[in-house]
Every structure is written in C-alpha cells, then in structure tokens.
Design a protein around this ligand. Structure first.
Ligand SMILES: Cc1cc2nc3c(=O)[nH]c(=O)nc-3n(C[C@H](O)[C@H](O)[C@H](O)COP(=O)(O)OP(=O)(O)OC[C@H]3O[C@@H](n4cnc5c(N)ncnc54)[C@H](O)[C@@H]3O)c2cc1C
Length: 281
C-alpha cells in the first residue's frame, strides 16, 4: 500500500517510544548501531563475568537466570547483530579479563560464562536448522516430536486468566504481565509460564505459542514454537526412555512454586508486577 515515498517517510520518523512504565527495567532501541552499542556496553561493564545462561535454572544469588541474560535476543532476531559477532566479542573479553565460572561456583565442568553464552547461541542455531527439517509439524498439535497420549483443553476463561496474569500463582502472573507490558521475558520465566499452561492448565500449547508470538519482541517461529514444542515433551526427553516414563507421570509441575523461591526469594521482581501482594506479611 505504501509507495517509495511512503516508505521513506515512515523511516524518516523517529520510532514511537513505548509508553512510560516504571516497571520496565530495560528498553530496546532498534537497529544495528543500537545493537552494537548494547553489546559493547555489556562487555565493558563486565557483565559477561556473571552471565548465567538460560538453562542454569537453579543458580542462586544476585546474578541468576531471571536477571542475567544479555537481552540481545530482539537484535539477534531482527539480524541487527550476528551470533558470530557476539561470540567473537565474548572471546575477546575473556582473553583480556580472564574466564569466570558459568555457575558462579569455581571452574566446574559447565565451563566459562563465555562458553555458556556460546552454547545458548548454538542452541538457537540448532532450533533454526531443526525447524527446516520439522516443517509444518512444528505447528501441529502433537508437535515435531509427535507426542501422543495428551488431551488438550481449549477453555477460554482459563486461557484469558493466563494471558492477563490472573492465575493466582504470583511468579506466573508476574511473568505474563511483564510479557504483555514489555514484549520480553527471561528464559526461565518463559519456561515457567509455558509449563503452567501446558502441564497445569492443560490447554492446547499452540494457544500459548500464538500468544507469545503476538507479544514477543524477539519472536522467531523456530525459537518460539521450537521451545514450546519442548514443553510438551515428557521427561526425560530421550526417545529411548519414553516407554519407560509415561507422559502422565511427568505432566505436572512444581517449577512455578520452586523457581521463585530460588530466583526471587525477596519477591522484588514478583512484587513489581503483582503489586496487590505488597501488603502480605
Ligand atoms: C516458550 C519459549 C519461547 C521462546 N521464544 C523465543 C523467541 O521467539 N525468540 C528468541 O530469540 N528466543 C526465544 N526463547 C528462548 C529464550 O527464552 C530467549 O532467547 C532469551 O530469554 C532471550 O534473552 P537474552 O537475549 O537475555 O538471552 P541470553 O541468555 O543472553 O542468550 C543469548 C542468545 O542466545 C539465544 N538463545 C538463548 N536461549 C535460547 C533458546 N532456548 N532458544 C533459542 N535461542 C536461544 C537468543 O538469541 C539469546 O539472545 C523462548 C523460550 C521459551 C521457553
């Protein structure tokens, strides 16, 4: 619908700033320049040394998976910065400043924080290539792993409560409200909110994936739908173990109760998004 002039005029205007919201702790600015500035700031301020990584679920302390991501995902999703460049900068940082343990507990077998960041970026690539081979099964109810034996509900009221952050589970509600207000969630929080929809509410996981797709600033079909597909996989997810571990034995979750105790023990993050709990002792 836009001619060349319309496109030029649209790009000439400054991007609309998001409405002020003092619950927001980070604001993304689009484009390559902003992406490189953020990466430079991240390395210069030494934050790589406390990077915990998406999957270090039970890391305690100030730097934990709720607050220690690079927040590069929207820029990576839009191609404003490449994964290769991020790894290059992480290696440069570690050559200059030395390595830190990715668990915060000495140099364990999990490797350095830079190596952990590299691993997360490799998983991103893994999902991209997997999506090519999964094809449209990624969007089908049994998912790319062809999970059988699950019945999915489509209860509109439960779904609305989940979307609005009104489930009554504070950590889930904090995550869903943050997602709606900012377009971003830490990996751990995404996992928790998704697991709650799938395992506790037993709603069709694709409704959740579509909602995330509508909200996420960093949305890519492979990363979003691929991560959701893993949420319906029974644990352990090795194909050989499936017969041994039936779906029903692994379909309920305690993560949404356990994770906030570990990662948000003082409730600072939760109370920012669920202020009605502030009066509680
Ligand atoms: C249900 C669900 C939906 C998700 N949807 C998306 C999505 O649409 N787009 C997206 O980029 N990520 C998605 N993720 C993965 C992950 O949550 C985000 O990449 C991460 O939270 C972004 O924050 P960060 O940049 O601080 O991550 P960091 O911890 O700093 O990781 C560095 C980069 O590695 C990549 N990465 C890390 N973990 C993953 C992962 N599990 N899968 C794919 N890439 C990863 C991202 O590009 C990220 O920016 C999803 C995870 C879940 C559980």
């Amino acid at each position: 619908p836009f001619g060349q002039e319309g496109v030029a005029a649209a790009f000439a205007q400054a991007a609309a700033a998001p409405p002020p919201d003092d619950r927001r702790t980070f604001t993304w600015v689009g484009g390559e320049t902003a992406a490189l500035e953020h990466l430079d700031w991240y390395m210069r301020s030494g934050q790589l040394s406390t990077y915990r990584g998406a999957t270090e679920s039970f890391a305690h302390g100030e730097a934990n998976p709720v607050n220690s991501g690079t927040r590069l995902s929207p820029w990576l999703a839009f191609g404003c910065v490449s994964a290769r460049h991020v790894v290059h900068e992480a290696r440069r940082y570690e050559r200059a400043h030395g390595k830190s343990s990715s668990t915060g507990k000495g140099h364990g077998k999990s490797g350095s924080t830079g190596a952990r960041l590299h691993t997360e970026l490799l998983f991103r690539d893994f999902l991209r290539f997997s999506a090519l081979s999964w094809g449209t099964s990624l969007f089908k109810v049994n998912g790319p792993f062809r999970v059988e034996g699950l019945e999915w509900g489509r209860d509109a009221e439960r779904f609305a409560q989940w979307r609005a952050g009104q489930t009554g589970f504070p950590f889930v509600d904090a995550g869903m409200r943050e997602l709606a207000a900012t377009g971003y969630l830490s990996h751990l929080h995404r996992q928790c909110c998704a697991a709650f929809l799938v395992r506790d509410l037993r709603l069709d996981w694709r409704m959740g994936a579509e909602h995330f797709e509508a909200c996420l600033l960093d949305h890519t079909p492979d990363a979003n739908w691929g991560n959701w597909a893993y949420r319906i996989l029974q644990r352990p997810c090795l194909a050989a173990s499936r017969a041994q571990y039936p779906v029903e034995a692994h379909i309920t979750t305690v993560e949404c109760l356990a994770w906030p105790v570990v990662h948000d023990a003082r409730m600072a993050h939760t109370l920012r998004w669920v202020p009605e709990l502030r009066g509680l002792p």
